[in-house]
Design a protein around this ligand. Structure first.
Ligand code: PGA
Length: 248
């Protein structure tokens, strides 16, 4: 089974209209890339990024969505609104949302369902904290997050799982390639048990946490790693295009 790799950039709370040029540069520099390229800017930029990327190989995604399609939820954005703005993907359950907004697994599951209702591909994030890893609980935590956050009707075409150890995000630290391989094999096994071998074999599982031009090739070569979810290093086209090339 060949799974096409994905290089996904998560801009987090970075970017204004001045950064449209950076997207233009990325589109130029990654022309002909073998991997799928995705940029998830802040919500304020989605429509303009989607407009600029229209007709190119670069897809645009949201960083979060509300489970409901509309309603009295000040400040929230529905998956349907992301789709209307031109997004094709949405990240749900990022550890920063799990921590900053106390998002539980059941809410993340509802957000993934909302993404599918709106026709978006859902990138569901999981990953242990440093304390959980030190306590030998990394697999247990990731298994619980997968069980709780991934809806029962998940299919490989509309789901991507991102394994992001919380202690590796924005820290410059990464697990060893052996540790990444072990966790990705574990995640695929969990998917196999719950959804069966064909789904598990076809579902992309990304690694995230301090992916940089200097380590991307090594990480993406690990068995069961189908690309990366990249924060800091996705903000500059020159860095991110090297990561896209490493995923090719
Ligand atoms: P980082 O962030 O690449 O800056 O570590 C990754 C993420 O949070 O998705």
């Amino acid at each position: 089974m060949t799974r096409r790799k994905i290089a996904a950039g998560n801009w987090k709370m970075h970017g204004t209209s001045a950064d449209l040029a950076e997207l233009g540069k990325l589109i130029e520099e990654t022309k002909g890339a073998a991997a799928e390229v995705l940029v998830c800017p802040p919500a304020t930029l989605i429509a303009r990024f989607a407009e600029q990327a229209r007709g190119s190989h670069v897809a645009i995604g949201g960083q979060d969505c509300h489970p409901e399609a509309k309603g009295a939820h000040t400040g929230d954005i529905a998956a349907e609104m992301l789709a209307d703005a031109g997004a094709t993907h949405v990240i749900v359950g990022h550890s920063e949302r799990r921590a900053d907004h106390h998002e539980p697994d059941a809410l993340i599951r509802a957000k993934a369902e909302a993404a599918w209702r709106a026709g978006l591909l859902a990138i569901v994030c999981v990953g242990e904290t440093e304390a959980e890893r030190d306590a030998g609980r990394a697999r247990e935590i990731v298994a619980l997050q997968l069980q709780g956050s991934v809806p029962d009707r998940a299919e490989a075409e509309s789901l991507v799982v991102a394994y992001e150890p919380v202690w590796a995000i924005g820290t410059g630290r990464t697990p060893t390639t052996d540790d990444i391989a072990a966790m990705h094999a574990f995640i695929r096994d969990e998917l196999k048990t719950r959804f069966g071998p064909p789904m598990a074999e076809a579902t992309r599982v990304l690694y995230g946490g301090s992916v940089k031009p200097g380590n991307a090739e090594e990480i993406f070569a690990v068995t069961d790693v189908d690309g990366g979810l990249v924060g800091g290093a996705s903000l500059k086209a020159t860095d991110f295009s090297q990561i896209v090339a490493a995923a090719g």
